[in-house]
Every structure is written in C-alpha cells, then in structure tokens.
Design a protein around this ligand. Structure first.
Ligand code: GLU
Length: 476
C-alpha cells in the first residue's frame, strides 16, 4: 500500500503569519490535498526567548483565514502529537540518551570565551571555515557552574545528498559543518535536532520549505543517517523578492509583510490563495485565475520555479478585483460593511445594497469603499474644482434641475432626460456629463452618473443644485 502523504508547516511562534510562511504553508497544503494526504501544523517553540504568547494562535488563525486550515494541529491532534515541540521534551530525551550512550554526541562545557579563543586561533592560521575544536569530546573538563550543551560528533568524510524537488541533486560534504549543537544549555533541543525527530515520528513524507534551510538539510540528513531513518523528500522554495529584486525581509517597507495586513486592507482569502500559489510555482499555462479546487487538482512537483519570485502588488490587486467582482450581492455586503464608518453606514443604510453594487467592479482593495461612498454621505463642495463653468454649462445644469423634478423618476426616464438635454444644448458625451457630474457630485470622477442620481433621489438633487448655485464657483 502506498504510504500516506503527510506534509507539515512548522513555524516558530514568533509572530504573525508572514507572506513567505504563508506561501510555504500553501505549497505543503496543496501537495497534501492533491495526494489525498494530511497537512499538519507543528509549532517549533524550542527557542524560548523568541516565542510570543499569541504566536501559535496567530499562525493558525492566518492559515484558517487563507482557507488552508491544517488537518492536524495542536487543536486537533492525532496519535503522533503533541504538536508543540515544547511538549515533546521527554520524547527527544530518549534519542539524546541514545546518542550520548553511543558516543555519537557529547556534552560540551566550553565557555563563550574559550570558543572565541579557539576560533581566533584558527583564523590566525588562515582557516576560513572555523569549527569547534572538539575539546570536550577528547578531554571534557566538567565545570559545575556551567550547564553544558550537547554536540553531535560529526564525521567529516561523509557526503550528504538529496534530490531536491525544486533544484535537483544537491550534495553537501559533512566536512562543511562542525559538531553542531543538538541541545542548548537551557536543556531545549535545537531546531535541527527536534525537526528531524519530529519529521520522522510524525511520518512526514515531504517537506516544502524556504531555501534558507538548505544548509540545515545537510545537518539533518546526517542525523537521519545516524538513526538509520529514511528522510522525507525535500523541496527548497526560492525566495520571494520585492519590486527591486531584493529578498523580502520583515523590515521591508515597500511590501506589507503579513497575511493579516491583507485581511485588513480588504483582500479576499481566495485572491491571496490564488496569487500566492503562483508565486514560485506555475501550472505552465497562461491562465492566472484558479479556484482552490482547480489548484489542488493541478498541483504537481514539476512546476516549481528555480528563479526567485517577485512579489507583484499590481497583480495581487488585479486578482483581488477579479474575486470581488464575482461576489454575490449578499457576500459583497458582508465583505465591505466592516470597512465603512458607522456614521456613514447609518446615512446610507436604505440604499446600501445599490451603493455597494455601484462600486463593486472598480474595487481592488475592500478598504477603498470607505472613501468612495463619501459621495453619498457628504454634501458636495465645489471649492477645489479646477473647472470654469461656461454660461452654457450653467444653463444646462439649471435646465436639468428644472426637468428632473417633473419626470418620472427612474433609470430610463433619467437617461431620456439626458438625451433630450444633449439635443437641446447640442452637446455630447463628456461635454454634457462633465458639468453635470461636477455640479452634482463635486467630483471629476465616479461611477455611473445616472445611478448616482437615482440613489440621491429628487430631493437631494434639488438641494445640491441649490447649493451649487449659491456657491461662488460658477461666477469665478
Ligand atoms: N521552524 C522552522 C522555520 O520556521 C521550520 C523550517 C522547516 O520547515 O523545517 O523556519
């Protein structure tokens, strides 16, 4: 029987879900789902100083928002849990004891100063790859006041290689690293150690993670060898860059870094899902829009890009606009209401559905609605307009105001009125619409003027036109 595919996203709980982390999680998710396997969230919280109280929750919430809730996590464990590394210390201990007993690992009491001194000595001899000098392996000097670390004894004649799913064969000699630490002086296992034990015990079949882990993979393979375990397959994803082709770093101010930022700005999870899936992976077609189900179906291991993937905000906005346009009126309302100020909501509540529909096609971020709807909540002003109304414009506006009162107030009739005015005043298109729009909304741009007029209603139009003629603008 084919072994079940199990993938995992294994963040440290140091903050919110980052774009890069989300993409890593997404590829793990897509592959697991494509293979009808399991997607797992494991929290790697052994670096006590860096842990944040809400870190694990932030990560899980981010995944849920994105629509990739794990099958297994600290909320929903299986027989291989717990899924917090800090709750697995007794499990690691067994393997540490084994390594110590078999002299495959040893305690190291060297102080920082001793380590520095040895490193300096090596540098002065021209050695570039500074390594631990194994003092405590050969001749441990136990110091009572020092809590030792545990180092792995690394033989330096081995070749560690794997067929990377993104980059093909990678080979790293064990001589390129030293007796690395597997347990820190606070008793916590290091990332490289706990990661191997867990991936093995949790029966992880495939690991998709960032390329910054390539050097760790070699160390981890050393451990797999020692324990005689089959390692999972590895895929090291290329970096994400900003528009200047620099690696996205958490301090980069040109790009919002966290999934939560996109939620707050009004991105739909479907859009972010679609966009991130194509960041470093491609279905090898021109198609840009895919549903989640389609992506799960077509996801395969041949589509990874070997070049860095550039984060293109314009494309994300375009994708988001596509998904916003697809929302049903009900979903649109649910999505947009949180972005609108309470007092504005009260003003427009009777026309809310129509107003939101009016802007639906143009929205690229949900939060844009906040300002757009102001044309329905704020009485227009004309003082900032850079337009000189001609005598003909003003006559046109007056005539419009007189006639709008007497027509049957509906879309068709308003349309007809505008046509009549166009004939009467011998003006077409922009020449007709521009002065009217400016007088009615105080704005150059906006959605369909007829729809705005319909939503305003006769009374408001009358008030506005009165206001307009009271204003000095038309005399300038
Ligand atoms: N905790 C590691 C990280 O956040 C996990 C890396 C891995 O996937 O092995 O980078």
């Amino acid at each position: 029987m084919k072994k079940e595919i199990r993938t995992r996203y294994a963040p440290s709980p140091t903050g919110k879900l980052h774009l890069g982390g989300a993409r890593t999680a997404l590829f793990n998710y897509l592959y697991a789902k494509n293979q009808k396997g399991k997607f797992i969230l494991r929290i790697e919280d052994t670096d006590l100083k860096r842990n944040q109280e809400e870190g694990a929750k932030n990560q899980l919430d981010g995944l849920k928002w994105l629509g990739i809730a794990p099958d297994i996590s600290y909320e929903k464990e299986d027989q291989f849990g717990p899924y917090f590394q800090s709750k697995r210390l007794n499990i690691y201990q067994k393997y540490i004891d084994y390594l110590l007993e078999n002299k495959l690992a040893y305690k190291c009491y060297c102080t920082k100063e001793e380590l520095e001194e040895s490193a300096n000595k090596q540098r002065s001899k021209g050695i570039k790859l500074v390594k631990y000098n194994r003092k405590c392996y050969d001749n441990p000097s136990i110091k009572k006041d020092i809590k030792p670390v545990i180092r792995l004894f690394v033989e330096d004649n081995l070749k560690l290689s794997w067929d990377d799913l993104v980059r093909g064969k990678i080979e790293v000699p064990s001589s390129s690293f030293d007796d690395f630490i597997i347990v820190k002086s606070d008793g916590m296992p290091t990332y490289n150690f706990a990661n191997v034990i867990d991936d093995h015990l949790m029966q992880i079949s495939d690991v998709f993670r960032g390329e910054e882990h390539i050097s760790n993979t070699a160390k981890q393979l050393y451990l797999y060898k020692l324990f005689n375990w089959n390692p999972p397959r590895f895929a090291h994803l290329t970096i994400i860059t900003n528009k200047d082709k620099k690696k996205l770093s958490k301090r980069d101010e040109t790009v919002f870094q966290f999934i939560e930022n996109y939620q707050t700005l009004g991105y739909l999870p479907e859009a972010v899902f679609n966009f991130l899936s194509l960041l470093g992976w491609s279905p090898q077609t021109e198609q840009e829009i895919f549903t989640k189900e389609q992506l799960i179906n077509i996801f395969n291991l041949n589509g990874f890009s070997r070049a860095p993937s550039q984060f293109n905000l314009e494309k994300l906005k375009w994708t988001n606009n596509y998904y916003i346009k697809k929302l049903s009126p009900h979903k649109l309302k649910e999505f947009l209401i949180p972005f609108i100020d309470q007092k504005d909501l009260l003003i427009i509540k009777d026309n809310l559905d129509n107003i939101l529909l009016l802007f639906q096609d143009q929205l690229r971020e949900g939060n844009e609605i906040k300002d757009l709807i102001k044309i329905f909540t704020i009485f227009p002003t004309w003082k900032d307009l850079d337009y000189k109304f001609s005598k003909k414009d003003l006559d046109l506006i007056k005539d419009f105001a007189n006639k709008i009162k007497i027509i049957k107030f509906n879309h068709l009739e308003i349309e007809k009125l505008l046509k009549d005015l166009s004939i009467e005043f011998k003006v077409k298109g922009r020449e007709l619409m521009r002065p009217l729009r400016l007088a009615i909304t105080g704005n150059e741009k906006g959605p369909s003027l007829i729809k705005i007029i319909e939503i305003y209603g006769v009374k408001k139009i009358e008030l506005i036109i009165k206001g307009f003629f009271k204003d000095e603008i038309h005399n300038r």
